[in-house]
Ligand binder design. Structure first.
Ligand SMILES: Cc1cc2nc3c(=O)[nH]c(=O)nc-3n(C[C@H](O)[C@H](O)[C@H](O)COP(=O)(O)O)c2cc1C
Length: 207
């Protein structure tokens, strides 16, 4: 079977049920599935077909354990900029902050973490890895594998590069934990299309 035939879930079902899955089972992901996911990712467009992506797949538990505190530090550093200094500043209830905080505590238990890197610095290469990243998320969903798109923080950049041998010339754009969901896929909560679209001129509804 080819990657295409293994990714046979209808695209509508994939897109409408892909969501952040932060509670993951520790069960390993078959290597063939990871390869299919990456094969899908690299089919994405990029500026001038430059393909400035590099996918660093972290599977070894020891490495994940060393990476986890760096991710956690990065997550809290990002929250500080929002005036959130500790769990007491995060109200319980619905919404992403608490689940994201738990992911920051548990990311090392995800069986796989993929760092989506750009091979050169700058906003152009970083933008060019975005479609590949979305392909990765969708392909994972099609295989029943949960993901969450996350970012790191400049505060941990050097240590992440050192830990994983990432060259100075490259940048980590996204950090994606993968695993089989403990929760469920979709549906997602999104603003209605009418609120986020205009037709033939900004602010004009589709009439
Ligand atoms: C650029 C970007 C950065 C994100 N960073 C984080 C993050 O650091 N931690 C996290 O748990 N989720 C992160 N997310 C996931 C979003 O919180 C999530 O996609 C959003 O809340 C919608 O959730 P849903 O897809 O489950 O509906 C990020 C998403 C994007 C696009």
């Amino acid at each position: 079977m080819t990657t295409e035939s293994r990714l046979s879930m209808p695209i509508g079902d994939v897109m409408f049920t892909q969501r952040a899955i932060r509670r993951l089972k520790p069960d390993p992901i078959p290597e063939n599935d990871l390869i299919d996911i990456l094969e899908a990712a690299i089919r994405a467009p990029s500026g001038g077909n430059s393909q400035p992506w590099h996918f660093l797949v972290i599977r070894e538990s020891e490495l994940r354990e060393q990476f986890a505190p760096l991710y956690r530090e990065a997550w809290w550093e990002k929250r500080k900029a929002e005036g959130i200094n500790g769990p007491e500043d995060i109200p319980p209830g619905k919404g992403w902050p608490r689940p994201a905080m738990h992911l920051a505590d548990e990311i090392g238990q995800a069986p796989v973490i993929i760092l989506v890197c750009a091979t050169t610095k700058g906003s152009g290469p970083a933008a060019s890895v975005i479609p590949a990243t979305q392909n990765l998320l969708l392909a994972a969903r099609a295989l029943g594998i949960g993901t969450t798109l996350t970012t790191l923080h400049p505060q941990v950049e050097d240590r992440v590069h050192n830990l994983l041998g990432i060259p100075d010339s490259a940048q980590v754009v996204y950090c994606i934990p993968l695993g089989y969901p403990r929760g469920r896929f979709g549906p997602t909560q999104r603003k209605p299309l009418s609120e986020v679209s205009s037709w033939d001129g900004w602010g004009q509804p589709n009439e």
